[in-house]
Design a protein around this ligand. Structure first.
Ligand SMILES: C[S@@+](CC[C@H](N)C(=O)[O-])C[C@H]1O[C@@H](n2cnc3c(N)ncnc32)[C@H](O)[C@@H]1O
Length: 276
């Protein structure tokens, strides 16, 4: 039986299936996260913020990074995700983690109180990303680092071999996020937004990966589309027949070792609050 919907949940939902998917997704992308944290010089003893932390998979990695003398605050709008994170840190004795339910577009954190912040796959889902960036900027100490990892061209997702239904479904995903106020190409707007908030980019890199069947990364789209095709049908963006056609194509690709999947291009950015 599926878990009930939460009020104000984001477009991908906060049900058990999504909670599990986010955990798997984090493991697939944790190396890229850790590299960016290293570039930002996140280190023991620091006070870090995880913006839109979800169930807190990155939050607990950051907590281990800062150690018992550091602190990590994770904020997310989902009570279910935050409860899950609280239970996990309590069970593991991670007293350096604080988890709060809240809208990251209205954070109002104490001025200059954090050494660093992390936001992955969050700004693409909010209608006022400028407010998130401004909120983080004011909460960072001068010299503090903001690491962002987000999409800059979602429609760049590719499956080889392709079929018209692939375009149709990818465009439907893009459209569904926009209908809920998000922007699947948010990365294109981030450099200007960061500058306007007094943050200087010190590192910017594309994140694009290719996967072949029978690899862990191949399971990333598998787990995403299993959850999300029903939502696209519900939103009237694809038909059941198109979902079936997608599933058939994906099954054929999975059975053929010559297939490939290209992830939607993302940006990994490290930006620094300009010294006062
Ligand atoms: C794709 S998940 C990413 C979670 C986490 N950052 C990660 O990388 O594993 C997006 C998260 O953003 C949260 N979210 C979306 N809009 C939000 C808002 N306005 N305020 C706080 N959290 C929000 C959702 O609840 C969800 O947990």
């Amino acid at each position: 039986m599926s878990t009930p919907r939460e009020q104000n949940e984001y477009v991908l939902g906060t049900q058990d299936a999504e909670l599990l998917r986010l955990g798997f997704q984090h493991r697939l992308w944790s190396r890229q996260a850790a590299e960016a944290w290293e570039a930002a010089q996140f280190r023991p003893g620091q006070h870090l913020l995880d913006v839109g932390c979800g169930p807190g998979y990155a939050t607990t990695d950051l907590a281990q990074l800062v150690g018992a003398k550091g602190r990590v605050l994770g904020i997310d709008t989902s009570e279910r995700f935050i409860s899950y994170l609280r239970a996990r840190v309590a069970a593991n004795g991670m007293t350096q983690v604080e988890a709060a339910v809240g809208d990251v577009q209205a954070m109002n954190l104490p001025e200059a109180s954090f050494d660093g912040a992390y936001a992955r796959w969050v700004l693409c889902f909010v209608s006022q990303p400028e407010k998130v960036v401004r909120g983080v900027a004011q909460a960072l100490k001068p010299g503090g680092m903001f690491v962002l990892q987000d999409y800059y061209y979602y429609r760049g997702l590719a499956i080889c071999p392709s079929k018209p239904v692939v375009r149709k479904v990818v465009e439907a995903v893009d459209q569904s996020w926009r209908m809920r106020g998000g922007d699947p190409d948010i990365g294109k707007r981030l450099p200007k937004m960061l500058k306007q908030a007094g943050l200087e980019i010190v590192r910017i890199e594309p994140l694009v990966r290719a996967a072949r069947p029978e690899t862990a990364l191949w399971q990333w789209p598998t787990t995403f589309f299993v959850n999300y095709l029903p939502v696209l049908i519900e939103m009237g963006l694809i038909t059941r027949a198109e979902a079936d056609e997608w599933n058939e194509h994906w099954t054929d690709c999975t059975a053929d070792p010559a297939s490939a999947f290209l992830t939607p291009p993302m940006l990994s950015i490290v930006a620094q609050r300009v010294e006062a």
